[in-house]
Design a protein around this ligand. Structure first.
Ligand SMILES: Cc1cc2nc3c(=O)[nH]c(=O)nc-3n(C[C@H](O)[C@H](O)[C@H](O)COP(=O)(O)O)c2cc1C
Length: 212
C-alpha cells in the first residue's frame, strides 16, 4: 500500500476554522450582539438532519444570574453522576479528570458548568426521535464552526442535559415532549488551549483503489 501524507496546514477558510476550533473554558464577559447570535443559530439550522426532520429547538440564556443558577444546580447532579461513574469505572474517571486543565472542571465556584460564558444555548429535540442525537451533534458542530469563523469561541456542554433532573428545569420553558440533548457555550475566549493530539490509527480502508 502506498503511504499517504496528511497535510496539517489547513488551506481553505473552512478547514482553517475546523482545525482552529477548540473547547474553550474561559471567557471574557463581553456581550455577543443579537445579529451575530442569529447568524450562528442560522448556521445550526443549516445542519443536515435525518429525513430533514430539523428536530432542534434552541433555548438561549444570556442573563448572568440565570446561567449561574443553572450552572450550580446542574453541578449538584453532575457531581453525583461523576461520583457514581468513578466508583464503577475508577481508571476511566482518573483519565477523564486528567484530561481537564486544572480549575476547568472543579464542580464548584460561580459557574462550574458553563465556565463563565456569556451565552448558553440549550439544544433540545423530541424525546422519541431515533435520530435526534446525530442531528443535534451536526447542528452543534455547525454552531461552533460558525462561531469560530466569526471570531468567537465555544464548548459543547454534555453535562447540561442534567438540567432535566434539577428543580430549575421549568425556568428553561422546555415542553414535556422535548429533552435537552446538549448545550453550547459561546463567547470571546480568554484562553488559547493547545490542540489535543488526534488518534491516527482509526481509518480502515477496505479494498482500497490505488489512485496516485
Ligand atoms: C458530546 C460532548 C459533550 C461534552 N461535554 C463537555 C462538558 O460537559 N464540559 C466540558 O467542559 N467539555 C465538554 N465537552 C468538550 C470536550 O471535552 C472536548 O471537545 C474534547 O476534550 C476535545 O477538545 P477540543 O474540542 O478542544 O478538540 C464535550 C464534548 C462533546 C463532543
Amino acid at each position: 500500500m502506498k503511504s499517504t501524507t496528511v497535510n496539517h496546514v489547513a488551506s481553505t477558510e473552512t478547514l482553517k476554522t475546523i482545525f482552529e476550533r477548540r473547547a474553550v473554558r474561559k471567557y471574557l464577559p463581553d456581550i455577543i450582539s443579537d445579529d451575530i447570535l442569529e447568524k450562528i443559530i442560522d448556521a445550526g439550522r443549516m445542519a443536515p438532519s435525518a429525513m430533514n426532520g430539523q428536530p432542534w429547538r434552541f433555548y438561549i440564556v444570556t442573563h448572568k444570574d440565570t446561567i449561574a443558577l443553572f450552572s450550580r444546580e446542574i453541578a449538584k447532579i453532575t457531581s453525583k453522576v461523576v461520583l457514581k461513574a468513578a466508583i464503577k469505572h475508577p481508571i476511566k474517571a482518573i483519565k477523564a479528570l486528567l484530561h481537564f486543565s486544572p480549575g476547568s472542571i472543579g464542580l464548584e465556584g460561580e459557574d462550574p458548568i458553563f465556565h463563565g460564558a456569556p451565552v448558553v444555548i440549550f439544544i433540545t429535540a423530541p424525546k422519541d426521535d431515533e435520530w435526534a442525537g446525530l442531528d443535534i451533534g451536526m447542528c452543534a458542530q455547525n454552531i461552533m464552526l460558525a462561531a469560530k469563523s466569526l471570531g468567537l469561541d465555544s464548548c459543547p456542554i454534555g453535562f447540561a442535559k442534567y438540567i432535566e433532573q434539577t428543580p430549575v428545569l421549568h425556568k428553561l420553558e422546555v415542553p414535556r415532549g422535548e429533552e435537552v440533548q446538549l448545550a453550547i457555550i459561546l463567547g470571546y475566549g480568554d484562553e488559547k488551549p493547545e490542540q489535543h493530539p488526534r488518534l491516527k490509527n482509526n481509518a480502515i480502508f477496505i479494498d482500497r483503489m490505488e489512485c496516485c
